[in-house]
Design a protein around this ligand. Structure first.
Ligand SMILES: [Ca+2]
Length: 228
């Protein structure tokens, strides 16, 4: 009997972590009704599936934390951009046509248990204003932070049972050119809240309230510059 109870308990736990991540809702037009946030889903959502292998070299190391970046080309000005990151990729979530898939995700696709406590940031290279600029100005890219998030209640919990996944939304500013969400090169920075290893699968999404035809996402800016 005990074994059966154990089995049921672990199946319930598996089920909880296997849930889908739900619609990605916008900040613009958000209403609070009876304390509940009602958000209109983003019209455009691009997904990037990745995997960080243990011991892999980070893109940057600051204060004992390993930082990785995903580069995004946004081809039209957006009133708002949202990013979110979930680790590990839920069992029932599979990449679909049009999604961006890092080869390391494919290589490690049987590992849906390794995960990390996500932390995300969104930056824009203010001096890169055309796609051709990526190649020529990348070395002198002037990255400006639009903000970051560590933990969000609106995403499913991690296998630990804690809601440590991340969501961040930036709305375009008309008065501050540095915070305008113009056409350009963006990057999603991510790390783990704790210092030390970042490892496991993740899905990162970038959403906008309007269609953004021609969004491109890649692991490096060079790869992005050469993307079709
Ligand atoms: Ca977190």
């Amino acid at each position: 009997m005990k074994i059966v109870n154990c089995l049921i308990a672990s199946m319930v736990m598996l089920n909880a972590s296997a849930q889908k991540i739900g619609k990605f809702g916008a900040e613009l037009g958000m209403k609070t009704i009876l304390g509940k946030e009602i958000r209109v889903p983003y019209m455009d959502v691009s997904s990037y599936f990745g995997f960080i292998e243990p011991g892999s070299k980070p893109d940057e190391e600051k204060a004992g934390k390993k930082y990785y970046y995903v580069y995004v080309w946004i081809p039209v000005a957006a009133p708002e951009l949202g990013i979110r990151m979930i680790s590990p990729v839920p069992d029932k979530m599979q990449p679909e046509t049009g999604d961006f898939i890092n080869p390391l995700f494919t290589k490690n696709q049987t590992d849906r248990t390794s995960y990390f406590d996500t932390w995300v940031s969104l930056e824009r290279a203010v001096n890169i204003v055309s796609f051709a600029d990526i190649k020529t100005k990348l070395g002198k890219a002037n990255w400006v932070s639009l903000g970051y998030n560590d933990d969000s209640n609106e995403l499913p919990e991690q296998p630990s049972g804690l809601k440590y996944n991340s969501v961040f939304r930036a709305t375009s500013s008309v008065s501050d050119p540095l915070r305008a969400l113009t056409i350009g090169l963006y990057r999603i920075g991510f790390t783990t809240f704790k210092t030390g290893e970042v490892q496991g699968s993740f899905v990162a999404q970038i959403g906008a309230p309007a269609k953004l035809p021609g969004v491109k996402i890649a692991a490096t800016a060079n790869e992005l510059a050469n993307a079709e």
